[in-house]
Design a protein around this ligand. Structure first.
Ligand code: SAM
Length: 275
């Protein structure tokens, strides 16, 4: 593994923050060493300064760095208690809203390889089937974004290994919504086709998102500085009407970053509703 010196660390740390917002602490040089060392070697460099000089002018290398530095951990119905509230409260709310609108827009702001998106689609589809409102699915518009090209590619494909399928997916959903071929499990084509996947950096402008009726912003704010968190929450809130739910990861809170939301505890789970 190539060792990084302190001035190289300061340069790369600032570069990574500028490109994807990830805020590495002062003592996280080992993260760069473990995640970028192979890439430095692959590009034929023996130190991080020369590697950085190349990356500054090479978009495809920047994407490789983003891929390597982002943490893409995700799984089906992550945080069961949160998904119980989504099932009991959020799905009925968004379906009611969909009835009165021509479009109900749901945004998955850091979708990783897609498990969160497809968990929601399966849950929504079950609700619409049970309540005999399947036609309402056409009213929904699902947009899923992530900064990391490789996970976005997996999300779009909707294809998962046996190991990924074992992580949180109830058998009922596996049997109903997936087909297996050569040990790879493929998500239902019809539902998958309803989602627009797009590469998007949460630090960029949100104007293209239009007006949102439900936002998943889960397990991503933790990687950002307080200023970046505040900026992201403000830009997101500007796309939300009053009453729109914002769902964060179960350990995340926006209490210190925004007063634009009512922070409501439902079954001990916090859901943020735009004021
Ligand atoms: C830990 S995963 C969370 C996935 C999913 N939301 C969940 O809760 O299971 C965090 C994701 O945020 C993405 N990410 C990190 N920085 C980002 C940025 N600046 N803009 C958009 N996505 C970003 C990463 O690529 C990664 O896929």
């Amino acid at each position: 593994m190539i060792k990084i010196n302190s001035s190289e660390y300061d340069i790369l740390r600032a570069f990574i923050k500028q490109k994807c917002g990830i805020n590495l602490g002062a003592n996280k040089s080992y993260l760069i060493e473990t995640r970028l060392s192979d890439l430095v070697l692959e590009y034929g460099f023996s130190n991080y300064l020369d590697f950085y000089k190349k990356a500054e002018k090479d978009i495809s290398l920047i994407e490789r760095i983003i891929d390597a530095m982002t943490t893409n951990e995700t799984f089906w119905f992550r945080d069961t208690a949160v998904w119980q509230v989504i099932s009991d409260r959020i799905v009925p709310y968004i379906v009611e809203k969909a009835k009165n609108k021509r479009k109900a827009r749901v945004w998955f702001a850091a979708c990783s390889s897609g498990q969160e998106v497809y968990s929601f689609l399966m849950m929504l589809n079950e609700h619409l089937e049970k309540t005999r409102q399947k036609n309402l699915m056409d009213v929904f518009d699902f947009t899923a974004t992530d900064i990391s090209p490789s996970v976005l590619f997996q999300a779009k494909a909707g294809s998962y290994s046996g190991i990924a399928m074992e992580r949180g997916l109830p058998l009922f959903f596996k049997n109903k919504y997936f087909t297996e071929k050569d040990k790879i499990w493929h998500f239902d084509k019809n539902l998958k086709g309803r989602v627009t996947f797009k590469k998007f950096n949460l630090q960029d402008s949100y104007s293209w998102l239009g007006s949102l009726d439900l936002v998943f912003l889960r397990n991503v704010l933790i990687y950002f500085s307080p200023e970046t968190k505040k900026e992201i929450i403000e830009k997101t809130s500007e796309r939300m009407e009053s009453g729109t739910p914002l769902i964060l990861g179960s350990t995340e809170s926006i209490r210190d970053f925004s007063d634009r939301f009512d922070i409501v505890s439902q079954n001990n789970i916090i859901i943020n509703y735009k004021k």
